[in-house]
Write a new protein. Structure first.
Length: 188
């Protein structure tokens, strides 16, 4: 009888360890697949539709965000109406980078709007109620874009498959809104 109890205890411990290992594998497998798709340097290219400025940047190298590149990108994505600069959430850049991976091509992202000062956002809200009062543009967590040589509708479809942040589609204005907020979608 004691041998049976010991055997059952050993079986329970090994079963527990097995389930823990399987569980860890299920959690880590998607992460490993995502990391396998990421190049040593994550790069993006932009053109600003309002200023005509162009900018290409390798913003992350070997999993480390490059502070000097992010500083330059913050300037590029500034509120072009006021010149005010704000830090852009690096997760927003990762969303753009993942869009390229999912579309299996590199884009030049056409920026319609990056950071917006509270004053600019309020003025735009007065012109259109499609501009949110508490827009994530005001905290550097949103961008409105197109992708050169790629339909905006297709870009929207690819973004929807990402299941990250907010995704708005503005067909009449021909752009896609992306942000690092909670997952949600809308059509403007």
């Amino acid at each position: 009888m004691a041998d049976d109890v010991d055997s059952l205890a050993a079986l329970a411990i090994s079963r527990r360890r097995f389930l823990q290992a399987v569980g860890a594998g299920l959690v880590l497998a998607p992460l490993g697949a995502a990391l396998a798709r990421v190049a040593p340097t994550r790069s993006l290219s932009f053109v600003h539709t309002h200023t005509g400025e162009r900018f290409s940047v390798g913003y992350c190298s070997d999993g480390v965000y490059q502070a000097d590149c992010l500083t330059q990108l913050n300037h590029f994505l500034r509120d072009f109406r006021t010149g005010e600069i704000h830090a852009i959430d690096p997760r927003l850049l990762d969303i753009l980078y993942d869009l390229q991976l999912r579309a299996d091509r590199e884009f030049t992202f056409e920026v319609i709007s990056g950071y917006r000062s509270p004053q600019t956002n309020a003025a735009l809200h007065q012109l259109s109620h499609e501009v949110a009062v508490h827009s994530l543009h005001m905290v550097g967590q949103a961008i409105d874009i197109r992708a050169s040589g790629f339909s905006t509708r297709k870009l929207h479809d690819v973004a929807l498959r990402q299941q990250t942040g907010g995704i708005g589609f503005y067909a009449a204005s021909d752009f896609v809104h992306l942000d690092t907020g909670r997952i949600r979608t809308w059509v403007g």
